[in-house]
Design a protein around this ligand. Structure first.
Ligand code: CO
Length: 218
């Protein structure tokens, strides 16, 4: 563990070398523009993949980047981000090959609480069962469900009372759905970008259609 403290000192020195006032400025203000809701997977480090420094990204991560309407942890983060920090964008970011989605698609039991948590991914699968291709390579099916899951969770964010109230007040807030490919380090916008309640259905439908098109017949 000692190595981690050594790394920490080196990191802080490096940041201070580039910007001597960096930490003083940060300790006085917290005003990120973005809330990131991503997977806990260690291969998807939120700040790093979009090149943001401490102070620029408010982060919530859980297994399979789920937004469950009874999860007080996630809902509290969304409320704090939207009502207090006044973020302008909420990004739900999934990733291909997600272990949580893999367990769900392959009906693999991980044991204990995690199986219950991942039932929300099963719900996504069930909802889209008519368009999910289970006939080809399992890897492809998993990636299709990874995309569908992000789109569903982005809509879940949009349906929270916190977000609906914000839009009602005229607060500027856009909900996005992205997916990360750890094989090349690149992000893809899944085409769901919801900036008001009227757009929710059309953004959802077009993102689902585009995703299904990517996975059908090829
Ligand atoms: Co994951």
């Amino acid at each position: 563990m000692e190595e981690l403290f050594v790394n920490n000192v080196e990191w802080a020195e490096k940041v201070k070398k580039d910007n001597p006032d960096f930490f003083r400025g940060l300790s006085e203000e917290h005003a990120p523009e973005y809330l990131w809701i991503g997977c806990s997977d260690s291969r998807v480090p939120a700040n790093e993949i979009i090149g943001l420094m401490p102070g620029e990204l408010f982060v919530h991560r859980n297994v399979a980047n789920l937004v469950v309407h009874s999860d007080l942890n996630c809902l509290s983060v969304i409320q704090l981000a939207v009502e207090n920090l006044k973020v302008k964008h909420v990004i739900v970011c999934g990733h291909y090959g997600c272990g949580g989605v893999t367990a769900s698609v392959s009906n693999q039991k991980l044991g204990g609480l995690i199986d219950n948590w991942l039932l929300s991914v099963k719900d996504v699968e069930y909802l889209h069962r008519a368009s999910i291709d289970y006939s080809g390579q399992e890897k492809k099916t998993i990636n299709q469900v990874c995309e569908l899951n992000v789109i569903e969770q982005a809509v879940n964010v949009s349906m929270t009372s916190v977000v609906l109230d914000a839009w009602n007040r005229g607060q500027e807030l856009v909900i996005h759905g992205w997916i990360y490919n750890m094989a090349d380090g690149l992000l893809k916008n899944l085409g769901v970008n919801i900036s008001n309640v009227e757009e929710m259905r059309s953004q959802y439908n077009s993102a689902i259609e585009s995703s299904n098109r990517r996975y059908s017949g090829s």
